[in-house]
Ligand binder design. Structure first.
Ligand code: GUN
Ligand code: ZN
Length: 432
């Protein structure tokens, strides 16, 4: 049996930080070690020679070892959509996204992109993501089969969409239901795969399809549900015109029984008081997608308002509306969004959000997001001196919070020295 001992500056969060000085929210071991066996963490603590004698030691000092990053909302068929020039969401969808996604009818294309997708996540230190696949079931097969090859914990699902999209991207209430059932039976719980029932958003699902999504959610209560909510003002007006008898956009998902603790709602920017209360009451998760919200020009997420109302929050790239796979870049842009709102996002909280916070939001804290014994050995190795300018800036850094803030402000995939997935160093195996 191979035992691996990673040595480095071990950092994990144990609670949500209450401010930039909240030292009780994390555990930092300056000369720490993580003992790994069969893809799981057996022990995390101070380095000792006794431990080292029983295992193969990989010395990552002086770098930080953290739980791998978690991305709570991303579109795998949109790798070739990043950086598409559009005025706003609906034009961006129609002109680029709905074109690119049609290519996923071809399983070879789906496999090629899925393979590149996981390489990109690994390059950026992301070990788990909640992903939208295309409408085609074969895109989900490609997604989970490539994730399985890398032993990555992934959430994913086929988008259900039966209207307001090109013919080639539309399913029907019945085929959307049948395909989803088959995919859940084939993939959910296989290895580290988790299925997400995925009605794309209210605009592309008819009431009949929403009823089917509700039936799926009732039949498979341990699956996640993911969709989009209130990203853009024109989108909201269109969605409401399609469901004129319902009170508001969130009310559409409420009406079809799609809100709850396993529901991930991408964007959630423009919400009424009633909608915010509804999200809080149902324990649904609002997903903050800063690079996407800025790039598409959708709006500024109101983190403090949602937090005050006790809404659960996650953070995500939303590639290809989002512009980077890096959770560090994402946190940096999130910080700037909140600066514009006059709100503060301190570095402890933001790094917490990308690790333990997102694990909690996804309900996967027992498996990922921590370095506790029993957790999967999904670990990212971060170097705050990765570039010349970061190296120079590090000369004046004195605290952990400052180091994390530098990583988030200036870091990207270059700051990710290694990414371990279930104990295996996968970044080192990527072609440069
Ligand atoms: N709303 C519905 N589909 C999408 C999508 O693919 N990206 C974004 N950003 N918003 C959406
Ligand atoms: Zn999205």
């Amino acid at each position: 049996m191979t035992r691996t001992l990673l040595r480095g500056r071990v950092l994990e969060f144990v609670a949500e930080p209450q401010g930039p000085d909240d030292q009780a929210s994390y555990r930092l071991i300056e000369d720490g070690a993580i003992l790994i066996e069969n893809g799981r963490i057996v022990q995390t603590g101070p380095f000792s020679t006794a431990l080292a004698e029983s295992a193969e030691v990989i010395d990552h000092r002086p770098h930080l070892l953290l739980p791998g990053f978690i991305d709570a909302h991303i579109h795998f068929p949109q790798m070739q959509v990043i950086g598409s020039y559009a005025a706003a969401l609906l034009e961006w969808l129609e002109k680029y996204t709905f074109i690119a996604e049609q290519r996923f009818a071809d399983p070879e294309h789906a496999e090629r992109i899925a393979s590149r997708f996981f390489d990109e996540l690994i390059r950026h230190g992301t070990t788990t993501a909640a992903a939208y696949c295309s409408v085609h079931p074969q895109s989900v097969d490609a997604f989970f089969s490539e994730a399985g090859k890398r032993n990555m914990a992934m959430i994913g699902g086929k988008v259900m969409m039966d209207r307001n999209a090109p013919e080639a991207l539309r399913d029907t209430p019945q085929t959307g239901f049948d395909d989803t059932v088959r995919l859940i039976e084939a993939w959910h719980g296989r290895g580290r795969a988790h299925y997400a029932i995925t009605p794309r958003f209210a605009i592309t699902s008819s009431p009949e399809q929403m009823e089917m999504a509700q039936a799926l959610a009732q039949s498979y209560p341990d699956c996640h549900i993911q969709t989009h909510l209130s990203e853009n003002l024109d989108e909201i007006a269109f969605a409401r015109s399609l469901y004129p008898n319902l009170r508001d956009y969130t009310g559409i998902y409420e009406h079809y029984g799609l809100l709850g603790p396993k529901t991930l709602l991408g964007h959630a920017i423009h919400l009424s008081e009633r909608e915010v209360s509804l999200l809080a009451e149902t324990r649904s998760v609002a997903v903050f997608c800063p690079t996407s919200n800025l790039f598409i020009g959708s709006g500024l997420f109101d983190l403090d308002r949602l937090r005050r109302a006790d809404v659960r929050i996650a953070v995500a790239t939303d590639v290809g509306g989002g512009t980077s796979y890096s959770m560090l870049r994402t946190l940096d842009e999130g910080y700037k969004v909140l600066q514009l709102r006059g709100q503060r996002l301190d570095p402890l909280r933001s790094i917490y959000m990308a690790t333990l916070g997102n694990a909690r939001a996804l309900g996967l804290e027992d498996e990922i997001g921590t370095l506790r014994a029993g957790s999967a050995a999904d670990i990212v190795v971060l170097d705050a001196r990765a570039t010349p300018q970061m190296d120079l800036r590090m000369e004046t850094v004195e605290t952990l919070a400052e180091e994390l803030f530098l990583l988030q402000t200036c870091g990207d995939d270059r700051a990710v020295r290694e990414t371990y997935v279930a104990g295996r160093p996968l970044k080192g195996m990527l072609a440069p």
